[in-house]
Design a protein around this ligand. Structure first.
Ligand SMILES: [Zn+2]
Ligand SMILES: [Zn+2]
Length: 182
């Protein structure tokens, strides 16, 4: 069990990185910014608002380049849609999380109305609450699998930041861009 949890954690782990060139707004230097790790930000994830987690500064003048990187993220990923597979996963998940219990409750309710069984049958709905935790874990694992494969054959997706509520990745091997929703 412990190993399983460790594998799950590793599968979900994402590498923060930034390897796109930026133009510094103060000294006009164009190039890769200085990267000093990442930190949580108070993100406003509505619309197509970019959120950059990496601490990025200009290597020449030290200017904070987070905002510039946000604009770049919007330019690069604005036209990219999440994949069909990603959309299908979200739909299946909603079906599982909402649809199955609602359907079960309806069947139970009909049975009570027809006096096939008593109202205590609704206690079985608790089962779905227990099933939802592994269900959510499975979903997260499936979503993470989207960035463990790439057409180039050696996937190495780095997390650049968020655009709205979607996650923006770029493959460090081939440069392919990937936008994921969960
Ligand atoms: Zn600069
Ligand atoms: Zn690739």
């Amino acid at each position: 069990m412990k190993r399983l949890i460790e594998e799950y954690r590793q599968a979900l782990e994402q590498r923060h990185d930034w390897h796109l060139e930026l133009e510094c707004p103060s000294c006009r230097r164009i190039g890769l910014p200085q990267r000093d790790g990442w930190s949580e930000t108070l993100a406003v994830n509505w619309g197509d608002n970019p959120t950059i987690f990496m601490k990025l500064t200009c290597t020449a003048c030290g200017q904070d380049l987070r905002e510039t990187a946000g604009q770049k993220l919007r330019e690069e990923f604005g036209g990219i849609q999440i994949t069909k597979r990603n959309r299908l996963m979200i739909r299946l998940f909603l079906l599982f999380i909402l649809g199955v219990p609602i359907l079960a409750a309806a069947v139970m309710g009909a049975g009570v109305a027809l006096e096939l069984w008593g109202a205590d049958v609704f206690l079985y709905l608790v089962v779905f609450a227990f099933l939802s935790a592994p269900g959510i874990m499975m979903f997260n694992y499936q979503i993470a699998s989207l960035r463990r494969q790439c057409a180039c054959g050696t996937p190495d997706y780095r997390f650049l930041g968020m655009l709205g509520r979607s996650y923006c990745y770029a493959c460090a091997t081939c440069g392919r861009l990937l936008r994921i929703r969960d």
